[in-house]
Design a protein around this ligand. Structure first.
Ligand code: DLL
Length: 435
């Protein structure tokens, strides 16, 4: 099912034409309205008339998070305050937060993008959508909310947390679509099982639209199995809009980008040159329709690749692979690059442990030392030392043979690793000078 078939099934050629038209309008718009871009274009020796189609995109300068921080709060806005109807912001752990504005039309477009994702996951006017992403300055809650309302679903704005209540409402209100982070979905599933529910049988929920953090196939399978539903990945970032920039259809073969609103490129983060389709690199987005906070070539630091060929669902929208991780989160263990999601993929193959884990980075002399904490499932015989030792060895061996990394595995008792209601914190950096 499609939410906007005229866009979702538009031919590639027409989509490209539409993108080129919108890109031309966008460059003139930002050049005129945002001094930062006026100056950046001048410095690059580019004038808006030089951009004739999306093939010229690489002539434009990049935008990075620091540019948004430097523009705090409103210098990157293209409209006056009277046109801004909403603000979201992502808290900066370092430096200023980034602030993003939305006009009424921006919110309509955002709702459409999320609605496409929800409909692709099976939503209709008859659906009840439980939004367990956090509401507030984070874009997850209100973004998913708007998408559900755009379709005409019944939306439950429960926000994140209060897990017992989540389960009760899933049951009492016959929720059929759950929206939250993957780690929170797993926590909800575990808690429901603990409370004596058989979620796969007792609950009506048939799809979960999960995003805001990476989720390995292993973790996805675990959530699907425990809750008896299908997981649809949804991607986005506040600077570019929020959830809904790209999402999975029922084929689960990559995420469809909303090409009419965003132009995606994949670049090599070191050379900044575009990579061939199919090669992994950093996703860069240009917003084609945003009025309040448009962005040219925004470097996301998220690692993905273009999936070639047309999806069996019939959509011509560009597909990107599920996000492997962020360049900032990439671990370099004795020279080997590895993302936490790759470690997750390996450990979720073990039935004896849950998908809850923590990666602790420590200093040993001048070298980095990596400790992986994993938790056994509740019915594992934790006091049988030989079984525990064997499991530990097996996990370490699998990590070594799959990822070529040597990590010290520590198995901890069930329920000792902190559960997350939003984005899980998987890496704890205890290296000297990093705390
Ligand atoms: O996380 C927006 C969002 C909310 C997306 C709800 C999906 C669902 P930020 O807080 O600005 O916005 O964080 C954006 O989260 O650059 C990625 O690193 C990561 N991320 C978002 N979606 C996914 C995903 C929201 N599906 C940052 N898979 C992005 C992997 C994701 N990582």
């Amino acid at each position: 099912m499609y939410y906007q078939p005229e866009i979702e099934t538009m031919s590639e050629e027409n989509l490209r034409d539409l993108q080129s038209e919108r890109l031309k309008e966008l460059v003139a718009y930002v050049y005129e309205r945002i001094p930062f871009y006026h100056q950046a274009f001048d410095e690059a020796g580019i004038s808006p008339e030089d951009i004739k189609s999306i093939d010229d995109i690489a002539r434009l300068p990049f935008t990075v998070k620091q540019d948004l921080r430097d523009g705090y709060p409103f210098k990157m806005f293209a409209v006056e305050n009277d046109e801004v109807v909403r603000i979201h912001s992502s808290s900066g752990t370092t430096g200023n937060a980034t602030v993003v504005g939305y006009t009424e039309q921006d919110l309509v477009n955002w709702g459409d993008c999320v609605a496409r994702a929800l409909v692709a996951a099976g939503a209709s006017t008859k659906s009840t959508v439980q939004v367990a992403y956090g509401y507030g300055l984070f874009t997850g809650g209100l973004g998913a909310h708007r998408g559900g309302e755009a379709i005409g679903c019944t939306v439950i704005p429960i926000s994140s947390g209060n897990t017992r209540r989540q389960i009760q409402l899933l049951d009492d209100f016959n929720t059929d679509i759950l929206c939250c982070t993957p780690s929170y979905a797993l926590h909800i599933a575990e808690s429901a099982l603990e409370e004596g529910y058989k979620p796969a049988d007792d609950l009506q929920v048939s799809a979960a639209v999960l995003g805001a953090e990476p989720c390995s196939e292993g973790m996805r399978n675990e959530i699907e199995e425990k809750l008896g539903l299908k997981v649809h990945d949804i991607y986005g970032l506040s600077e570019v809009m929020g959830p809904g920039v790209a999402w999975e259809c029922d084929k689960q073969q990559g995420l469809h980008v909303c090409d009419d609103h965003f132009l995606v490129e994949i670049i090599d983060p070191d050379t900044l040159e575009p990579v061939e389709d199919g090669q992994w690199g950093e996703a860069v987005f240009t917003t084609l329709t945003k009025q309040a906070s448009p962005l040219i070539r925004y470097r996301t630091r998220d690692i993905t690749r273009i999936i070639k060929g047309r999806c069996a669902c019939g959509r011509a929208l560009t597909r990107i692979d599920r996000i492997a991780g962020r360049t900032d989160d990439m671990l370099i263990i004795r020279g080997v690059n590895v993302f936490p999601s790759q470690i997750e993929e390996v450990i979720t193959q073990f039935e004896e442990i849950t998908a809850q884990y923590e990666i602790i980075l420590k200093s040993k002399g001048s070298l980095d030392h990596v400790e992986l904490h994993v938790e056994t499932v509740p019915d594992f015989p934790f006091d049988e030392v030989r079984k525990l030792e064997a499991l530990k060895k097996d996990i370490a061996r699998e990590l070594k043979s799959n990822l070529q990394v040597a990590v010290e595995v520590k198995i901890v008792e069930p329920k000792t690793i902190g559960r997350s209601e939003g984005k899980a914190k998987r890496i704890i950096d205890m290296r000297e000078g990093r705390q």
